[in-house]
Every structure is written in structure tokens, then in C-alpha cells.
Design a protein around this ligand. Structure first.
Ligand code: NI
Ligand code: MN
Length: 229
């Protein structure tokens, strides 16, 4: 059984056979204040969906300290490599078989600039990530609007758990995320990327109601809590 711990915003810790990983490790500056980077001493991978600070977060520091390999789109991965992290660059539509399972990057409709001082660095395209482990497929949508590409996930990828942003303004809101869930058709949908700041103050209960109406199970994980799958 793999476990998935919600660290607030879009950050998760996932642990399963051969896998101890963080996804979008926005920790030290995360208003949810669930976990600090130093708490993670034993990791082998870090997944990053795009270059925005609330996703890239503490990835470089954690990767350098633990030796974990950063898996991300080419541009973000290479940015991290220039800072001294081990990387495995991929790109949208690409699949690779890691020792723990298959990883595939999927499209996301968003941006990916990396803010460094007064500059905006090019971060390539943002992505979603499908992570296979112990025969289950976990999909982290990253930041995205509703896109018809999600139909392909429902048709061809057998998603067990879908982590979907619902906070609006920068991403889907509960209404659009419920439509996304119906297209992806996961066994379980979990809302993320809400209430971190007032600008994304949307209700996970609203997402749950709308999505369950479409026949898809939803679990709201309180930041800091974990589930097994
Ligand atoms: Ni973003
Ligand atoms: Mn974000």
C-alpha cells in the first residue's frame, strides 16, 4: 500500500515500493505551514509540475541535501541542475520507466516562469504528472485550466487518484474541476490548490458535491493528513 500525505497547497509526500518522493514541495514559504524542508531526510525523487514558486518551492535545497533526483519538464529540471541538483528531465507526452514505476508528463494550461530576483526566467511548459507505483496511477494535475486533453486521460490512462486544483483565479474552480474529474474518471478525486491565499478561497465541499453528482468519489484531505491507496 502506498501512502499519500497532503502538505497543503499543491504539495504532497508519496511513499510506496521503491518510492519516497515529494511533489511540488512548496514548504518553507507555504502559508499552511505543515512541514519544513529539513523534515525530509530520506527521499529518492522530487516531482515538479512547473516553475512557479508555489510549486518549485524548496525543491533545489531538498534535492541537494538528500540526493533525491528531480523529475520535471526539461527547462525546470535544467534550472535545478544549474543550481546543483540531480535531475531526470522529461517533456509533455513523454513516458519513462523508473525503478518504482512509470512516469508520464501530461499537458497543463498555465505558465511556468521562474522568478529569480528581478528576473523572470523561461521555465518551458507547465505539466501534469502521472506517477505509477504498486500498479496504481496517481495523477497530479499541476496548475491548469480545464482542457479537453483530460478526456485522453479518462480514455487511455486508468487514473486511480486525481489531484485537481480547485481554487480558481490561477486554475480551475470547483465547477471546472468537477468537469475535469468527469473527463478523467479516476477512482478517487482529491482537491488541492485552494484557500492558501484569499485569492483562491474556494470550497472543497463544493467540488465534492458537484463531482459526486457525476458519480466520482471525492476525498477532501485536510492539510497534514494522509491516505493510503
Ligand atoms: Ni502556477
Ligand atoms: Mn500554483
Amino acid at each position: 500500500m502506498a501512502k499519500l500525505r497532503y502538505l497543503g497547497h499543491a504539495a504532497f509526500y508519496v511513499e510506496g515500493a521503491g518510492l519516497k518522493a515529494l511533489i511540488d514541495p512548496f514548504l518553507s514559504q507555504n502559508p499552511w505551514n505543515i512541514a519544513q524542508p529539513e523534515e525530509f531526510t530520506d527521499l529518492n525523487y522530487i516531482f515538479i509540475t512547473h516553475g512557479h514558486g508555489d510549486h518549485l518551492g524548496d525543491a533545489v535545497e531538498i534535492a541537494k541535501r538528500t540526493g533525491a533526483t528531480i523529475i520535471s519538464i526539461f527547462e525546470v529540471a535544467n534550472y535545478c541542475n544549474r543550481k546543483g541538483a540531480n535531475i531526470h528531465p522529461m517533456h509533455i507526452g513523454g513516458t519513462f520507466d523508473f525503478p518504482f514505476g512509470r512516469v508520464k508528463l501530461t499537458p497543463a494550461a498555465h505558465g511556468s516562469a521562474i522568478v529569480e530576483g528581478n528576473e523572470l526566467l523561461y521555465g518551458g511548459n507547465p505539466c501534469g504528472i502521472i506517477i505509477e507505483n504498486e500498479g496504481k496511477n496517481l495523477y497530479h494535475a499541476g496548475d491548469t485550466g480545464l482542457i479537453s486533453d483530460m478526456e485522453l486521460l479518462g480514455k487511455y490512462e486508468k487514473i486511480d487518484i486525481a489531484l485537481l486544483p480547485i481554487g480558481g483565479n490561477f486554475t480551475m474552480d470547483p465547477q471546472d474541476a468537477a468537469i475535469a474529474a468527469s473527463m478523467i474518471n479516476p477512482k478517487l478525486a482529491i482537491p488541492m490548490h485552494y484557500k492558501t491565499w484569499p485569492i483562491i478561497d474556494k470550497e472543497p465541499e463544493e467540488f465534492k458535491k458537484l463531482t459526486e453528482r457525476k458519480g466520482i468519489d471525492v476525498q477532501i484531505i485536510k492539510p497534514g493528513k494522509e491516505i493510503t491507496f
